[in-house]
Design a protein. Structure first.
Length: 682
């Protein structure tokens, strides 16, 4: 297979799949075959490599005792030949439902067809025979199969409920077929198939509609996809089935790992085609990291090794196929305002819970914190104040200090004091310049001789002095130093090691990325956590440039140093961090996802207090991703290996050496940087 272009979703481990609900006529296979072929053609034109149709779609589900009529059987056979022949010109794999006479019995089957070849047929395992269902009257179950092959459309093909269809040209695409009731039983066949490696679970259904059933189906399919770490495709019979005693809505669903990716309109007279781009690599990443999934495989190994694997090629397009899947710009922050507020409230409570428990465990009554007027210390101070509220202690027990240095701006200095006053904590100020100047003299640094050499030493002398003072203040007052640094800074190594902002008695922001810190503060404003005065200063802090304020500027009215000029835009680096840390994706895939998420300047602007840059092109993404990889893999791990305790807040991961991330401090980033340079165009 030729190399796929960078712009193709198939190159990056996605696959477009379709669920089709055609019009049917009861016991009219010729008409049903025409409708099937027409929808399959539309799916192929849309570059879907798989198209799934409903249960018994070629005959109709409601043929009842007509299934035992030779004339209908002959017509189904002719229709199957027609569909198989037409598939020779269609760049999509078809999965159709039909009654199949084999071994002296009649089976309700799902049949996989690819380019004129029948790949295999799977008979239904569990036949409902209760309430409105009487399938055992017409069909035999899969357990009654006597031969593992059957002749279908003139081809002798694998036959049975033990088939897995493995694509040889798209990593991670292994398909399993089940039929309606099979997905409703306590131990569905698809569950065992997933343990055996199936990632695309297909259910051909003819489920009739009653009140509340659509919601149940949706929940069932989503839960299957979550439990099995898989995609789950569901096609239900629709318009044209007999309404003698039942009605049909034609529900079409595509779910992935608990998420509903696509759903078609129900109760329509027109045929429907619903497509979605499923993420095979995300599923593979989740499975490989979930050790209990592998344990479950071991427990059922004897059953799993008996499954038969059918190798086939998917009709993967060689031309560019754009991704239609929504990729959030801010993976740590929901775009829906209600969900975002819920997320912020949850994170806030986790942070307060962690600090509250640590204070109780140590018997301390005071918290010591440095307040810079920037984002991280602001959020940490909010958590400290709420912790005192929860403990029933006065907020005055939070001993907060501004520590102006050589580059502190008048804006951040004023905001720090305004914030401490608005929150009702004990406010103090320690000018670190005299002690920092003494250390620079001790080091014989050029800055001590009025030579403006603003190097790492100059910066870290200030950061170290601040933290040293905080720890001695904690000794003096019998309190705990609250760390303020966030997840983004830890990932990029943007912190001073040892006695610097890297260290604390307990950190509250260590697993919270910078982008989420912004929204946590905005949430405190929107929900009026501290009143109007606090809301005003918090809004000012949100509008302040992110800066360590360590290098002096000509104008001291605002920060003169920009963190993002050195380490990259946090909103973009947080995107890179999420996909590297959470899933371990290769750099080219991260760059592809980032371009998809960030290339449109009209996306991602939310009506709140937080501003965003707008858009990034691929060369910019590639540049900052390389910087991220150098910092994350090669230069920063030694800092993360000695982190203080901090609560994990989200499934996106943390960098604690006792939790989500254990890595060597002397690793090379060459493999990541080489892949980025080789596989991402300039």
């Amino acid at each position: 297979m030729p190399a796929l272009p960078f712009d193709s979703l198939y190159r990056h481990g996605f696959a477009r799949v379709a669920v089709a609900v055609p019009r049917v006529r009861v016991a009219d296979p010729a008409f049903n075959a025409e409708q099937t072929i027409e929808l399959a053609g539309l799916a192929a034109a849309d570059h879907a490599v798989l198209t799934v149709f409903p249960e018994l779609g070629l005959s109709s589900y409601t043929a009842e005792d007509l299934f035992h009529q030779d004339a209908l059987d002959d017509a189904v056979t002719t229709a199957l030949h027609a569909v198989v022949a037409a598939s020779g010109d269609l760049d999509t794999v078809l999965v159709v439902g039909a009654p199949v006479r084999a071994q002296g019995r009649l089976f309700n089957c799902a049949i996989a067809i690819r380019r004129g070849a029948v790949l295999g047929a799977v008979p239904k395992s569990y036949l409902p025979n209760y309430r409105e269902f009487y399938e055992k009257r017409q069909f035999a179950a899969a357990r009654e199969v006597l031969d593992d092959h059957a002749t279908i459309a003139g081809q002798r093909v694998p036959f049975g409920a033990d088939l897995l269809f493995e694509a040889t040209n798209l990593d991670g695409f292994t398909m399993h077929l089940e039929i309606c009731e099979d997905g409703w039983v306590p131990l569905p066949p698809s569950g065992f198939a997933a343990l055996a490696g199936a990632s695309v679970l297909v259910n051909l259904s003819a489920s009739n509609i009653v009140i509340g059933k659509a919601d149940y189906r949706r929940a069932l399919c989503a839960s299957h996809s979550a439990r099995y770490l898989a995609a789950y495709l569901y096609a239900a019979a629709g318009h044209g089935e007999s309404t003698t005693d039942l009605a049909w809505d034609g529900q079409a669903l595509v779910c992935e790992n608990g998420e509903l990716l696509a759903e078609g309109a129900r109760f329509t007279d027109e045929p429907r085609l619903v497509s979605a781009d499923i993420d095979l690599r995300r599923l593979a990443a989740d499975r490989i990291r979930t050790t209990s999934f592998a344990d479950n495989v071991h427990d059922h190994r004897e059953r799993l090794i008996r499954l038969r694997r059918i190798a086939f090629e998917l009709p993967v397009p060689t031309r560019p196929v754009g991704l239609r899947r929504e990729i959030p710009r801010f993976p740590y922050v929901p775009s829906d305002p209600a969900a975002r507020n819920e997320r912020c409230a949850e994170v806030h409570h986790i942070q307060v819970e962690g600090l509250t428990t640590r204070v109780r465990a140590t018997g301390s009554r005071h918290l010591i914190i440095g307040v810079s007027g920037g984002l991280d210390s602001t959020q940490a101070l909010i958590v400290a104040a709420k912790t005192m509220d929860r403990l029933g202690l006065p907020r005055a027990n939070v001993l907060a200090y501004t520590m102006p240095g050589f580059a502190t701006s008048t804006r951040t200095h004023a905001d720090a004091h305004r914030l401490m006053a608005a929150l009702g904590v004990t406010a103090g100020e320690i000018d670190i310049r005299p002690s920092a100047e003494q250390m620079l003299r001790d080091l014989d640094h050029p800055a001590a001789h009025d030579i403006p050499q603003y190097d790492t030493t100059f910066e870290n002398v200030q950061a170290g002095e601040r933290t040293s003072h905080l720890f001695r203040l904690a000794n003096h007052h019998g309190g705990l130093v609250v760390g303020t640094g966030d997840l983004s800074e830890l990932a990029l190594g943007w912190c001073t090691f040892g006695v610097g902002d890297h260290m604390a008695h307990y950190s509250v922001n260590a697993s919270v990325p910078k982008t989420l810190i912004k929204y946590l503060i905005a949430w405190a404003v929107d929900t009026d956590q501290f009143g109007a005065a606090a809301g005003e200063v918090l809004s000012s802090i949100l509008r302040t440039e992110i800066s360590p304020e360590l290098i002096p500027a000509a104008d001291d009215s605002a920060p003169g140093q920009r963190s993002e000029d050195t380490v990259g835009p946090y909103e973009l680096q947080d995107f890179h961090l999420y996909y590297l840390l959470r899933f371990g994706y290769r750099p080219s895939r991260i760059a592809y996802l980032a371009r998809h998420a960030w290339s449109d300047p009209e996306r991602g602007h939310w009506p709140d207090l937080v501003e965003h840059r707008g858009a990034y092109d691929l060369p910019t993404i590639k540049y900052w991703l390389a910087e991220f990889l150098r910092r994350f893999v090669r230069t920063s791990q030694f800092k993360r290996s000695t982190l203080p305790n901090a609560p994990k807040v989200g499934s996106g991961g943390s960098l604690s050496p006792r939790g989500d991330w254990r890595a060597p401090s002397d690793a090379s980033a060459a493999a990541w940087l080489d892949e980025l340079a080789r596989d991402v165009p300039d």
